[in-house]
Design a protein around this ligand. Structure first.
Ligand code: AMP
Length: 204
């Protein structure tokens, strides 16, 4: 099972992919997480992409594709995985077709006002990486975690990321529709419920 998860920033791709990976053992590969880890480590890649991530601008295709190619090279070609945040452009989708055997691309449908609400309330623990929303944060989270706002969840970066999604990633949705691989699911339920829908969509 090699699948792609599509949907705007704030649709819950990372959360739902984490639930699915926990249940099935398939690998969750997030290009955003790979880039953020590189920034944290101050590696050469991190230095190249830090300002782009902070402003909510897409990393150039050549660099992003090279990162994914290297990552996939570390695992057997037939490994099961769910890609979250890649591909975001048609050239990335075309490159991926040479690197993997994508069986389904699942689009999480979440209305834009809801994704803006989710992103503005999103907090990530700077120590363990757990994510919360201020509207539903467990009362004891602040005792165990150090929730901080992602730099690219500020309103200007959010607007830029949503614009990038509409301009550059909507054509990717069409790319997979044309290939007969697109599945669309409602992403507005709880993460376990959306993960159920995702599992049903890719196993059908
Ligand atoms: P995410 O965590 O998926 O929202 O990604 C955070 C940021 O990482 C994005 O706003 C981009 O700057 C960068 N990024 C992640 N995935 C990609 C990609 N496939 N292509 C270009 N930039 C990406």
């Amino acid at each position: 099972m090699q699948i792609v998860l599509l949907g705007p920033p704030g649709a819950g791709k990372g959360t739902v992919a984490t639930v699915l990976a926990g249940r099935t053992g398939i690998r969750h590969i997030s290009t955003g997480d790979l880039f953020r880890a590189a920034v944290k480590q101050r590696s050469p890649l991190g230095c190249r992409v830090a300002a782009l991530l902070q402003s909510g601008t897409l990393v150039p295709d050549s660099l992003t594709i090279a990162v994914v190619r290297e990552h996939l090279r570390t695992m057997p070609r037939e490994s099961a995985f769910i890609l979250d945040g890649f591909p975001r452009t048609v050239p990335q989708a075309e490159a991926l077709a040479d690197l993997a055997d994508i069986r389904a691309a699942v689009e999480l449908i979440v209305p834009e006002p809801e994704v803006v609400r989710r992103l503005s309330g999103r907090r990530t623990c700077s120590a363990c990486g757990a994510t919360f929303n201020v509207a539903s944060m467990p009362a004891n989270a602040a005792r165990f975690c150090s929730p901080v706002q992602r730099e690219d969840d500020d309103p200007t970066a959010v607007r830029r990321r949503l614009h990038a999604y509409r301009a550059q990633t909507t054509p990717v949705v069409e790319y997979y529709r044309a290939a007969g691989l697109l599945r669309r699911i409602d992403g507005t339920a709880t993460p376990p419920a959306v993960a159920d829908r995702l599992y049903a969509a890719v196993s059908g």
